[in-house]
Design a protein around this ligand. Structure first.
Ligand code: GEK
Length: 242
C-alpha cells in the first residue's frame, strides 16, 4: 500500500537538509507523484523511448533509480531485445526497496542494481540512459564531467533521457512557474507549512538550472542533438541523441 507523505506536516524549529533516508523512502511513491508535475507522463514516455532507442546486445541505465519506476518502464523492451539493465542509487534504503520492486521484472531480464554514487558508475555500451530528476542533486561542477562520461559510454544513435526541475532567467517567468508549482502541490493536498518546510529542506540540495544551460551542456559533451520532449510547469524532460 502507498504510504502518504506527511514528513513536513509538523512545524519544525529547524528544518534539516533533505536526505533520501528511510523516512523519505517509505513515502517516496506518494511524494514524487504529488510534487513533480508530469511524473506519470515521464515514466510513460520512457517506455516509448525504450522502444525507440534500446538496441539488442546493449545496456540501459537508470541513474538515480529510487524505487525503480524508470527501470521497470524499460523492462519489457529490454527483455524482448536481450538488453541488460543497470539501476543505480546511492541511498541504501531506496536500493533495498527498489530490489523488492524490481523482483516484478521477468527473471530473464539481465539486471544489476547497484548502491553507488552515479559519479562513479562506469557507463559502457549504453543505448539508453535515463536520469530522471537526479542530476539536480549533484554539485554544479560535477554535472558536466558526469554527462561527458555518459555520452562517451553511449553507442552511436543511443540516447539520454534527462528530466529535471528547471529555473528561468526571466524573473517574472520564474515567479509565475514557481507559484504554479506551489499551486500544484496545494491541489495535491500539501499544506502551506509542508510546502514551505520542504522548500527550506531542498534549498541547498536541489540546484536547478535553465533549459538553455542543459541543452548547451549536452551539446558540449558530445550529443549531436538535444531537445525538450516534454514540459510540465518548471519540470522538463530532455532527450539527447549521440
Ligand atoms: C524515478 N529517477 O522515480 N548517486 C546516486 N543516486 C543519487 C545521487 C548520487 N550522487 N544523488 C541523488 N541520488 C527516479 C526519481 S529521485 C528524484 C529520482 C526526486 C538519488 C537519490 O537517492 C534519489 O533516490 C534519486 O537520486 C532522486 O524516476 O526525489 O526528486
Amino acid at each position: 500500500m502507498i504510504q502518504r507523505d506527511q514528513i513536513y506536516s509538523e512545524n519544525y524549529d529547524l528544518v534539516e537538509e533533505f536526505r533520501f533516508d528511510q523516512e523519505v523512502t517509505a513515502v517516496f511513491s506518494d511524494m514524487i507523484r504529488r510534487s513533480v508535475p508530469g511524473y506519470g507522463m515521464v515514466i510513460s514516455l520512457l517506455g516509448v523511448l525504450a522502444d525507440r532507442y534500446l538496441k539488442s546486445g546493449t545496456r540501459g541505465y537508470d541513474l538515480g533509480a529510487s524505487l525503480g519506476a524508470s527501470t521497470l518502464a524499460m523492462g519489457g523492451v529490454a527483455q524482448d531485445r536481450g538488453c541488460s539493465l543497470i539501476a543505480v542509487d546511492n541511498s541504501p534504503s531506496m536500493v533495498e526497496q527498489c530490489r523488492e520492486n524490481l523482483a516484478k521484472l521477468n527473471q530473464s531480464v539481465e539486471l544489476e542494481l547497484r548502491c553507488e554514487d552515479v559519479r562513479t558508475t562506469t557507463i559502457e555500451q549504453a543505448s539508453l540512459v535515463t536520469m530522471n530528476f537526479t542530476l539536480q542533486f549533484l554539485p554544479l561542477v560535477e554535472r558536466e564531467p558526469l554527462l561527458r562520461r555518459i555520452a562517451e559510454g553511449t553507442v552511436a544513435g543511443g540516447a539520454l533521457m534527462l528530466s529535471e526541475k528547471v529555473c528561468f532567467e526571466n524573473s517574472e517567468k520564474q515567479q509565475q512557474l514557481e507559484s504554479l508549482h506551489h499551486a500544484f502541490k496545494r491541489a495535491n493536498g500539501y499544506s502551506e507549512l509542508e510546502i514551505s518546510q520542504k522548500r527550506s529542506a531542498l534549498e541547498a540540495v536541489l540546484i536547478a538550472e535553465t533549459i538553455e544551460q542543459h541543452l548547451q551542456r549536452l551539446k558540449r559533451v558530445g550529443y549531436a542533438e538535444a531537445e525538450v520532449l516534454f514540459q510540465a510547469l518548471n519540470f522538463v524532460t530532455i532527450v539527447a541523441v549521440r
